[in-house]
Design a protein. Structure first.
Length: 308
């Protein structure tokens, strides 16, 4: 019984070591390296040493300089380094790229800005990047010499594709400001003045998120602009979040200022069920903002029309 308790406690310490080790590196990204290192030693390495002491006793802390090389090539050590150091650094790096792109492209006058790419390219880079990381993880744990040629080729080929696609979509975004709509795709930027916009639609529907087995559903909406030449441009999707609602209301106000007519979808009973669930959990969002966006009076249960 005591042995089972010790092992359970050791496993718990090991899990704590991995989680808090990764968190300390993730949160310490951009901070002075000394502070990050101290956090990592206290929150990650210290619980790990305690767990090893529980599993192996005093032999776990015996260390010789001659064993240093074997320590670095140990696959368990490499897995730990991969989970607690490399993965959070890579995630922070990807996040910093997105923020830098936002700062570089988003103008101060934008009412709406979305760092998005052409649909299929957006999904492709996620898929290719995931394969790149997984193959890299395998090579890192096994070692370059011990890994199979197929794994190395997979990593190199997908890394090249990841870099190429990243360069292709580096300037992709959509924006709305006081003067125009901006659509930048694959290096081609199109600016559409408001005088070319004939009509706008606010459309909402229930969408499935994720893959089939693990997918969930949520209510989302988008703005569709009909141009005088017959083309359409979509902006969104938006979900029931504070900033999404703020952007949507600002877009709606701008349409009114530009005297552009707007047709708004009326929600079905099934769609209202999803929205009401969101209203219960998203405490930062005011339900009044959503009602105002879709021009719905909850007291009377009626939609109202605003003439522009």
């Amino acid at each position: 019984m005591i042995i089972k308790i010790r092992k359970s406690f050791g496993v718990l310490l090991l899990i704590i070591s991995v989680i808090f080790g990764a968190v300390s590196i993730g949160m310490g990204y951009g901070e002075p390296i000394v502070i990050t290192l101290i956090m990592y030693l206290i929150l990650g390495i210290f619980p790990l040493i305690l767990a090893l002491l529980i599993f192996k006793g005093k032999s776990a802390i015996k260390f010789k300089v001659s064993n240093l090389r074997s320590l670095f090539v140990n696959q368990r050590v490499r897995v730990y380094v991969l989970l607690t150091i490399i993965t959070p650094i890579l995630l922070n790096f990807v996040d910093s790229l997105g923020r830098n792109k936002l700062e570089r492209l988003a103008g101060p006058g934008n009412i709406y800005f979305a760092n998005i790419s052409e649909g299929w390219l957006g999904y492709t880079i996620v898929f290719v990047s995931l394969i790149t990381f997984m193959s890299f993880a395998g090579i890192f744990v096994l070692g370059w010499k011990n890994s199979k040629h197929s794994l190395r080729y997979t990593f190199i080929i997908n890394l090249i594709f990841t870099i190429l696609i990243s360069v292709m979509i580096n300037d992709d975004y959509k924006a709305i400001n006081q003067d125009e709509l901006i659509i930048s795709t694959l290096g081609k930027k199109e600016k559409i003045p408001w005088s070319d916009v004939k009509h706008a639609y606010l459309k909402g529907k229930i969408t499935s998120d994720g893959f089939k087995k693990s997918s969930g559903s949520s209510f989302k909406w988008k703005f569709e602009f009909v141009l005088k030449n017959g083309d359409t441009e979509e902006f969104g999707p938006f979900t029931y979040f504070k900033y999404n609602l703020k952007d949507s209301l600002n877009i709606k106000k701008l349409l009114a200022d530009k005297n552009i007519s707007l047709t708004i979808d009326q929600l079905l009973d099934e769609e209202w069920e999803y929205v009401q669930i969101d209203m219960e959990y998203e405490e930062e969002v005011k339900p009044e903002d959503f009602y105002s966006l879709f021009q719905y009076d909850p007291k009377s249960g009626q939609y109202y029309y605003i003439h522009y």
